[in-house]
Ligand binder design. Structure first.
Ligand code: GDP
Ligand code: MG
Length: 194
């Protein structure tokens, strides 16, 4: 069994955008049990040699702006099945009562949680995202899912919180490390760069 990382948070904070940035392949998305997973999508992900399942709790459809029982249900279900939880908030909006409600639920769940403040594309936003410390879930990680900023550091932290790899080989690291090709016209400096 690969560990499961669930992205949860209010509508429109950028959960699906972050999910799409993290997944290896959209093709890997699996509907597990019909009905139960209608509001969640799953995909394979890998970072630093650790393989895991990433879950977008927002579902496939467009989310309404209304917070309420639906989000709470999703958060609860995500907490139940996830090994590690990635709580996403909106750095541009700041702390909202709904964020506090989600954080409360997560704190009581006793599972590892990482808070990421999305849409933090400017230095000012990266600094103000520290206000999410008040959620009581540790240091907030400023990211921009849309632009990929901070996502690598965030994934380093997520992978650190995963349970140790299972010995059944299900999670064996890829056979070879990633390879990169440097291409370009002659004498542009390819060899020097390598
Ligand atoms: P979800 O409802 O939490 O799944 O949020 P979405 O991923 O659908 O994103 C909601 C809106 O926020 C969309 O208009 C996105 O384009 C926008 N968005 C997502 N990530 C970022 C980001 O990193 N920066 C900015 N500026 N906008 C973002
Ligand atoms: Mg979504």
């Amino acid at each position: 069994m690969k560990p499961i990382v669930a992205i949860i948070g209010r509508p429109n904070v950028g959960k699906s955008t972050l999910f799409n940035r993290i997944v290896i392949s959209r093709k890997a998305i699996v509907e597990r049990e019909a009905g139960v997973t209608r509001d969640r999508i799953y995909a394979d992900a890998e970072w630093s040699g650790r393989q895991f399942i990433i879950v977008d709790t927002g579902g496939l459809g467009s989310e309404s702006d209304e917070f309420g029982p639906l989000i709470e249900e999703q958060a609860k279900a995500a907490v139940q099945e996830a090994d590690t939880i990635l709580m996403l908030v909106d750095a541009r909006v700041g702390v909202l009562p709904d964020d506090l409600e989600v954080a409360d639920l997560l704190r009581r769940a006793g599972k590892p949680v990482i808070v990421a403040a999305n849409k933090a594309e400017t230095e000012r936003l990266r600094q103000s995202s520290q206000e999410f410390f008040s959620l009581g879930l540790g240091e907030p990680w400023p990211v921009s899912a849309a632009h990929g900023m901070g996502v690598g550091d965030l994934l380093d932290a997520v992978v650190d919180l995963l349970p140790p790899p299972s010995p059944d080989g299900d999670e064996a690291p890829s056979q070879r490390p990633p390879t990169f090709a440097v291409i370009g016209r002659p004498t542009v400096g390819k060899s020097s760069l390598v």
